[in-house]
Design a protein. Structure first.
Length: 314
């Protein structure tokens, strides 16, 4: 009996040792790495770092996004994102593109539009939906690349087709949309009840869950009382108060108005504003296009303003 107990103890020690092997951390599943903001702690951060050090690209991406946008560790976060991008992680490539477009973590003069477009093209080549959409808008506007409206429209159509393919594949396999590896990127893609852009073509598809990193960031800022401003205030003073953009300085940094993105500015006036209302702010053109279909189309020009204008015309 003692011999059997000793054998069991030795076996348990060996299994425990194997469980701490770098190979195990390198192969940790995305589900095991999908931490929640409410559960964030030093042991959780050590686990993600151990996985990242072992070469787990998903852990590099998640921890990199958390450090860069939530913890304020810009250099450490960017280094982890770069490591994931070098390994071919599509979401990391796209996130680095957004950082280059905005000059995040630095000054406005640090923006590198050409580098952002190049990173976006690499992510798009891997089938990343948001990168395809972003690249399409870049080509249409000549933003970081030579302007080519026809090619830009082709990429926007390709983004919709990719989104549809992923949704149909998920439905056929009876899996949630978010279970597919390249279906969502920076801000996810959907409104409650369906995919916003594909609804233009008569499709009613399940909502795509955003990447766990975006969910973490959105919950992180929500738990700290930071909310995105999406509605135009009744007067300029209220708008300034809502966006933290008063002339007196010291205004708050703003979240991307696409609620499923979670990115926050690293300096004031970093994100683009809606050119009509000036109240919504977006980290990328992809988030702007998605949020326009999701909610901002109705918020930007409210019905009461239309009715007021119609009454004045009479």
């Amino acid at each position: 009996m003692r011999g059997v107990q000793g054998l069991i103890r030795n076996l348990c020690k060996r299994l425990n040792g194997l469980g701490r092997h770098d190979m195990v951390f390198a192969k940790a599943s995305p589900a095991s790495l999908a931490v929640k903001a409410a559960s964030w702690s030093e042991p959780v951060q050590r686990f993600l770092k151990r996985c990242a050090d072992a070469g787990n690209l998903e852990a590099c991406y998640i921890l990199g996004m958390i450090r860069f946008y939530c913890l304020g560790n810009r250099s450490g976060g960017a280094a982890l994102l770069a490591r994931a991008a070098v390994g071919g992680h599509a979401a990391a490539l796209y996130s680095l593109a957004v950082i280059q477009f905005n000059g995040s973590g630095g000054a406005k003069s640090d923006r590198d539009l050409r580098a952002g477009a190049a990173l976006c093209a690499r992510a798009a080549a891997l089938g990343h939906v948001d990168a395809l959409r972003e690249l399409g808008h870049c080509l249409q506007d000549g933003y970081g690349v030579r302007q080519d409206p026809a090619e830009g429209r082709r990429f926007l159509v390709a983004a919709n087709a990719r989104e549809l393919t992923l949704a149909l594949a998920a439905a056929a396999s009876h899996r949630p949309f978010a279970a597919l590896p390249l279906g969502v990127g920076g801000g996810g893609s959907g409104t409650i009840g369906g995919c916003p852009l594909l609804s233009d073509f008569g499709w009613s598809l399940p909502e795509a869950e955003p990447h766990p990193a975006n969910l973490f960031m959105a919950d992180w800022w929500a738990s700290r009382g930071v909310q995105a401003s999406a509605k135009k205030a009744a007067n300029p003073e209220e708008a300034a108060a809502a966006t933290g953009d008063s002339d007196g300085g010291g205004g708050e940094l703003r979240l991307c108005s696409h609620v499923r993105c979670g990115r926050r500015e690293t300096r004031r006036h970093e994100f683009r504003r809606c050119s009509v209302c000036g109240a919504a702010n977006y980290c990328s053109r992809a988030c702007q296009a998605l949020d326009w279909k999701r909610a901002h189309k109705a918020q930007c020009v409210p019905m009461d303003r239309w009715l007021l204008a119609a009454g004045e015309a009479q």
